[in-house]
Design a protein around this ligand. Structure first.
Ligand code: ADE
Length: 247
């Protein structure tokens, strides 16, 4: 079973939002497992201290290498699971990395707090630093939840294939086209004519061009890097996503 193990100073934050909706139903159904472990349980002194002042001076506190290493080793001694640490310094998380993580046994995720964690434990335990965006959260827990949520929704049995097409569109390097539903007229704004025409080919072409326009305008980086730029021509049919086996 796919399992996320989270090392945190705030295990009570979990499952939190992962306990409701799609992820929560999967968790309750045993499709995946979540283990939140308290780093403080690996402290060795009588004050159970986990952090100390930064070597060289400066503000804040740094998570101790020995305590965190002991917490990692207690989980992970002989496992080949990916070991991640959530950090704004990390490589930005992508849907491609999410898909890899979802396809594996599930990660061990260290959540940083304070000013950071001792670099030696990152090196010695070969932690992969992962960022969820260029902004600073007060700790790695919410970032870990975002990563886990993104993985869990790809697990077989968590979501149907309809929704998976969204990932496919994102993986193809485009933002999603706009969606509409009833009422037909909302505050004087009608649903675009084409979408109520019943012409499926025209609908598909309209969605493709909306997605392209949106991506060009909002994400020139994605637009420049999109696989479609080198791969299949516009309008060509796309492959079915690997995980779309559970209807
Ligand atoms: N911890 C604090 N900020 C973060 C971010 N942007 N991504 C991942 N982990 C973090």
């Amino acid at each position: 079973m796919w399992r996320a193990t989270v090392l945190t100073l705030f295990p009570e934050m979990f499952p939190g939002p992962l306990g409701v909706s799609l992820a929560g139903r999967g968790l309750a159904a045993g499709v995946w497992a979540l283990e939140a472990r308290d780093i403080r349980d690996s402290a060795t002194d009588r004050h159970r201290s986990v952090d100390d002042t930064p070597a060289g001076g400066g503000p804040g506190m740094v998570l101790r290498a020995d305590v965190l290493a002991a917490a990692i080793d207690a989980v992970d001694a002989q496992s080949d699971r990916p070991r991640l640490v959530m950090s704004p310094r990390g490589r930005p998380l992508t849907q491609a990395r999410v898909a890899e993580l979802a396809a594996g046994p599930g990660p061990l995720i260290v959540c940083g707090r304070f000013e950071g964690i001792d670099q030696r434990v990152i090196d010695a335990r070969q932690l992969e630093e992962v960022s969820i965006g260029d902004y600073v959260l007060s700790g790695g827990e919410i970032a870990a939840m975002a990563l886990i949520d993104a993985c869990v929704r790809l697990l077989p049995g968590v979501m149907g294939k309809l929704e998976s097409s969204t990932d496919e569109s994102f993986s193809a390097g485009l933002l999603e086209y706009p969606q509409y539903t009833r009422p037909q007229l909302f505050e004087g704004r009608p649903i675009p004519e084409i979408l109520v025409s019943g012409d499926h080919a025209k609908v598909a072409a309209w969605r493709q061009s909306e997605a392209e326009a949106l991506t060009q305008a909002r994400r020139p980086d994605l637009w420049a890097a999109r696989p479609a730029a080198k791969g299949p021509a516009k309008g060509e049919s796309r492959k079915t996503p690997k995980n779309a086996t559970d209807g």
